[in-house]
Ligand binder design. Structure first.
Ligand code: PLP
Length: 404
């Protein structure tokens, strides 16, 4: 018998779990499933700007070999220059690591840090790769609450109360998946102050940096952490540049890296062990960051993303038994279900029931380490027509639904 290793026993990534498997099975039987489950822009008609594709193709002949394991210098310099325009002046190209998407760099940076018993503060709800990667690294994920009644802002009192002598870092996802929150300068400063006081690393996942709506202002964490708080900023090309399949992301390390020499050596070791990130996709970084930012048109109310977000928010809130904070960024709505009304005790079962009855695929809230069965996440990438159809069906489904 071949069984999986014990180190996977606490590792969960349910947004690609049993509900998705059931949807795939149903699709293979010929059912048309409306997919509102994964933030993958291209299949919804959000294609990358031509300039990026042309640049990748142009560089294909010279992208046949491995690169430096941190990544090609031109792309790392482009990341440095990009952050300089944001006011981050203490970043060196040597402290930029390119990866096969942000995902690889998240896992790598936690593997390099955590010993058994080390604690990392992760938001609840979270993008579940963070909790999973802490657990895989042997560390302990400790969840701090984000408060739905306060626009899903992190509850700093709760965060503070969860710090122990074993706490090593704080994960911040801004703009947030799954809640759509975009944090204010004051709130981010509050997190930085806590990190400074307790000598913690800040892991700032900014992959949705350019996807904000209305007057939401995205503030890069590294503009606030300065010289005395170690900040690991993660971002990449999967969302704003719509090339999730090419796998291209970066990690930028700022702050007192002299205090973290051993940790950074560990990151280098792990980067060396996997040789390098996909080289053609590294070439996309300079073209993407330097080119016209087409995403800025898409997030306007008149752009596809802005219009879809507005429609989905309005339609969800019009359904009896559902309420939902408007998103200020990212590609998702994290909607609340009236569990008493619908008798919901198991949100995965709710997602399966909805899938089987109405052929709509959503992600249940507990897949995001939310500890109540009262939320689900909806992706706002489908067209307004598809979103309308899905929300009509959801409304029909909920009319009369009682789980237990
Ligand atoms: N971080 C967050 C918050 C995400 O939502 C995602 C993907 O959905 C990732 C990281 C992973 O991105 P990548 O495609 O760069 O691996």
């Amino acid at each position: 018998m071949f069984t999986q290793s014990a180190k996977l026993s606490n590792v969960l990534y349910d947004i690609r779990g049993p509900v998705l498997e059931e949807a795939e099975r149903m699709e293979s039987e010929g059912h048309r499933i409306l997919k509102l489950n994964i933030g993958n822009p291209a299949p919804f008609g959000f294609e990358a700007p031509d300039s990026i594709l042309v640049d990748i193709i142009k560089h294909l002949p010279e992208a046949q070999g491995y690169s430096d394991s941190r990544g090609i210098p031109s792309a790392r310099r482009a990341v440095v220059q990009y952050y300089e325009t944001k006011g981050i002046r203490n970043l060196d190209a040597d402290d930029v690591y390119l990866g096969n998407g942000v995902s690889e760099l998240i896992t790598l940076s936690l593997q390099a840090l955590c010993d058994p018993g080390d604690e990392i503060l992760v938001p609840a709800p979270d993008y579940p790769l963070w909790t999973a990667s802490v657990a895989l690294s042997g560390g302990t994920p400790v969840h701090y609450e984000c408060d739905e009644h306060d626009g899903w802002n992190p509850d700093l009192e709760d965060l503070r109360s969860k710090i122990t002598p074993r706490t090593r870092g704080i994960v911040v996802i801004n703009p947030n998946n799954p809640t759509g929150a975009v944090y204010s300068r004051e709130l981010l400063q509050g997190i930085v102050d806590i990190a400074r006081e307790h000598e913690l690393i800040v892991f700032s996942d900014e992959i949705y940096e350019k996807i904000t709506y209305g007057d939401a202002e995205m503030i890069n964490m590294a503009t606030l952490t300065g010289e005395d708080v170690l900040c690991m900023t993660f971002s990449g090309l999967s969302k704003a540049y719509r090339i999730a399949g090419y796998r291209s992301g970066w990690l930028a390390i700022t702050g007192p890296n002299w205090k973290a020499a051993s940790y950074i050596e560990g990151i280098k070791l792990l980067a060396n062990m996997r040789m390098c990130a996909n080289v053609p996709a590294q070439h996309a970084i300079q073209a993407a960051l330097g080119g016209y930012q087409t995403i800025e048109d898409l997030v306007l109310p008149t752009g596809r993303l802005g219009a879809q977000m507005e429609l989905a928010t309005e339609r969800l809130n019009a359904i009896e038994g559902i309420s939902c904070n408007p998103a200020r960024g990212a590609l998702y709505l994290f909607a609340k279900l009236d569990v008493d009304r619908f008798g919901i005790v198991d949100d995965e079962q709710f997602a399966l029931d909805l899938l089987r009855e109405q052929k709509i695929l959503i992600s249940h809230g507990s897949a995001f380490n939310w500890d109540q069965p009262d939320h689900f996440r909806l992706v706002t990438l489908p067209s307004t027509e598809v979103l309308s159809e899905a929300l009509d069906r959801l409304e029909d489904f909920l009319d009369g639904y009682y789980q237990s």
